[in-house]
Design a protein around this ligand. Structure first.
Ligand code: PPS
Length: 300
């Protein structure tokens, strides 16, 4: 290890490369065979998202719904990334995501992944596992991703905002194209009924309604007491100050550069996109998002 922490940190930043047609970094491909051979159990629940879509929020919801009453100490003593392991993560000094997932003592096991649908380990589908997919509108998603790469040395250098935005439009991001990711799971939903497709914007607009839909998908009926706990625990300000979910304890992330829980809003893209960038983005978006049924909300 270098004795200069800044140098050590920046030297961890990986390069993007093409991996079977998807831009990836080696932190998510190093352990590929083990990831692909992961043995899912029928009651495993996969939380699948493109990065920065509300993964942590939904992970916290699922953890509280399943274990909030039975293991209340879990939420105050175990960080979310250990409660809900990130399957494909292979980052130095951290436990392998796949090992953490295999060792999870809970039933069900809650597992996070950013892999596009074609990379999801086959056993999840063969075992007919429940998949909860969360999607976020592209404009807020790219803004959130930009600030995340600034603070996370586990990702490539983001460069300046304009070049980052263009890379996003080209799909040259870690985990590939947002457009392909959200469309890939959307298409899968048509043939795989155990996939619940949610939108970040709906969660913000009416969290309780989205939890109701989630519960009916999962076959859960939380008591009024559980609902009360959810209402207070899931608020943005509460999650932002909760060290067990705000990633302030995870080494590759520097929440002083940009907090993991940054703004938690719909429409923050307006503070980043110029008029010209917005026009170009909209034109390109129309060409890529051809399914009229898959609509996103970009206004609060
Ligand atoms: S990651 O790194 O991919 O796991 O990030 P992810 O958890 O998917 O997404 C992070 C963004 O989700 C926002 N977030 C919330 N918004 C509203 N309410 C609640 N409770 C909440 N929890 C997380 C978080 O603030 C990130 O979005 P931005 O726009 O950057 O604030």
């Amino acid at each position: 290890m270098s004795d200069n922490p800044q140098k050590t940190n920046s030297s961890l930043r990986p390069e993007l490369f093409d991996f079977h047609g998807i831009s990836m970094t080696h932190y998510f491909t190093d352990n590929w065979e083990k990831i692909q051979n992961f043995q899912a159990r029928p009651d495993d629940i996969l939380i699948a998202t493109y990065p920065r879509s509300g993964t942590t929020w939904v992970s916290h919801i699922l953890d509280l719904l399943h274990f909030g009453q039975t293991f209340p100490e879990r939420q105050t003593s175990i960080p979310i990334y250990d409660r809900v392991p990130f399957l494909e993560l292979a980052f130095p000094l951290l436990d392998l995501g796949v090992d953490l997932a295999e060792k999870l003592p809970t039933s069900p096991r809650l597992i996070k992944s950013h892999l596009p649908i074609q990379f999801v380990p086959k056993s999840f589908l063969e075992q007919n596992c429940k998949i909860v997919y969360v999607a976020r509108n592209a404009k807020d998603n790219v803004v959130s991703y930009f600030h995340f790469e600034r603070m996370n040395v586990g990702d490539p250098e983001p460069g300046d905002w304009n070049s980052f935005l263009h890379r996003f439009m080209e799909g040259k991001m870690v985990f590939g194209s947002w457009y392909d990711h959200v469309n890939g799971f959307w298409k899968k939903k048509q043939t795989y009924p155990n996939l619940h497709y949610m939108f970040y914007e709906d969660m913000l607009k009416d969290t309780e309604l989205e939890i109701d839909k989630l519960c009916s998908f999962l076959g859960l009926s939380p008591s009024e007491e559980e609902r009360k706990l959810l209402r207070s625990e899931l608020k943005f300000d509460q999650m932002k100050k909760n060290d067990m979910v705000n990633y302030s304890l995870l080494p590759p992330m520097d929440v002083k550069v940009s907090p993991f829980m940054r703004k938690g809003k719909v429409g923050d893209w307006k503070n980043h996109f110029t008029v010209a960038q917005n026009d170009e983005f909209d034109k390109d978006y129309k060409k890529k998002m051809m399914d009229p049924k898959l609509q996103f909300c970009t206004e609060a």
